[in-house]
Design a protein around this ligand. Structure first.
Ligand SMILES: Nc1ncnc2c1ncn2[C@@H]1O[C@H](COP(=O)(O)OP(=O)(O)OP(=O)(O)O)[C@@H](O)[C@H]1O
Ligand SMILES: [Mg+2]
Length: 236
């Protein structure tokens, strides 16, 4: 695994104002992630997984401490610069897919490329490649309502990967899937990780996901309680 650090948090604290006081959701998080990692943030409900993923994804800002993603300090970025960072380098996969219902599979996957101003020819090639990775080339014209949950999640993976981002952040990506679909999705993401050196960071409490992780960061009450590398047998 390459060692260049592309994400780092130093003394990251996140608190939310609640009823005149404040609730500390993340309490002194010090972590780094390198290029090509396949890592999970695990821990009980309310331990801070989504909060941490949102800050790494520049969807939220730290209250204290420094969080750097691809050399940029989250929290010091303007809204415009944060949006640029997300559009250019980050892919997101959410628990509830967040597909646009009136658009086709093709259009949903194409969307991030429109934001990047890619021309029609580049878009078509990239969209068809991404749908190929997730095995959905026969569903290009379908709308999300015509797909199964597993297929919707595969569209969401294709949309996150279509621009070959440096980092993909996935929040409970298998929460709505059965064992077989979860396995297929994880296998697909593991292949993309190996092929493109995309860094994947999951937030999950799904045991099926945990089996795939190469690194497991455990959160408890907003603190890192464990950070372990998982030995992969026969993984070159
Ligand atoms: N906007 C907010 N305002 C106030 N408190 C918040 C806010 N967002 C999150 N919290 C609190 O911060 C804590 C961590 O929330 P977070 O969503 O990160 O947990 P999680 O580990 O992702 O849990 P789950 O496994 O249930 O998704 C929770 O106690 C939550 O209530
Ligand atoms: Mg969560």
């Amino acid at each position: 695994m390459e060692n260049s650090k592309i994400i780092s948090t130093e003394g990251l604290i996140k608190w939310f104002p609640i009823g005149g006081g404040k609730f500390t959701a993340l309490n002194d998080i010090n972590l780094t992630f390198g290029k090509g990692e396949f890592a999970g943030i695990v821990g009980p409900s309310g331990s801070g997984k989504t909060t941490l993923l949102n800050i790494i994804g520049s969807l939220d800002v730290p209250s204290e401490g420094k969080t750097t993603v691809l050399g940029q300090s989250i929290g010091e970025l303007s809204h415009k610069k944060a949006a640029k960072l997300r559009n250019e380098h980050l892919g997101f996969i959410f628990q509830t897919y967040n597909l646009l219902p009136v658009y086709s599979v093709y259009e949903n996957v194409e969307f991030p490329l429109l934001l990047l101003g890619k021309n029609a020819e580049e878009r078509k090639k990239a969209v068809m490649d991404a749908l190929e990775w997730v095995g959905l080339t026969d569903k290009v014209k379908s709308r999300p309502a015509q797909l199964s949950g597993g297929e919707c999640q595969r569209v969401a993976v294709a949309r996150a990967m279509v621009k070959k981002p440096v980092i993909v952040l996935a929040d409970e990506p298998t929460a709505n899937l059965d064992a077989e679909n979860s396995h297929n999705i994880l296998q697909t993401m593991e292949n993309l990780n190996a092929e493109f050196q995309t860094t994947f960071i999951f937030a999950t409490h799904d045991d099926k996901v945990k089996k795939y992780l190469h690194r497991k960061v455990s959160l408890f009450d907003g603190k890192v309680s464990q950070d372990e590398l998982v030995e992969k047998v026969g993984n070159g």
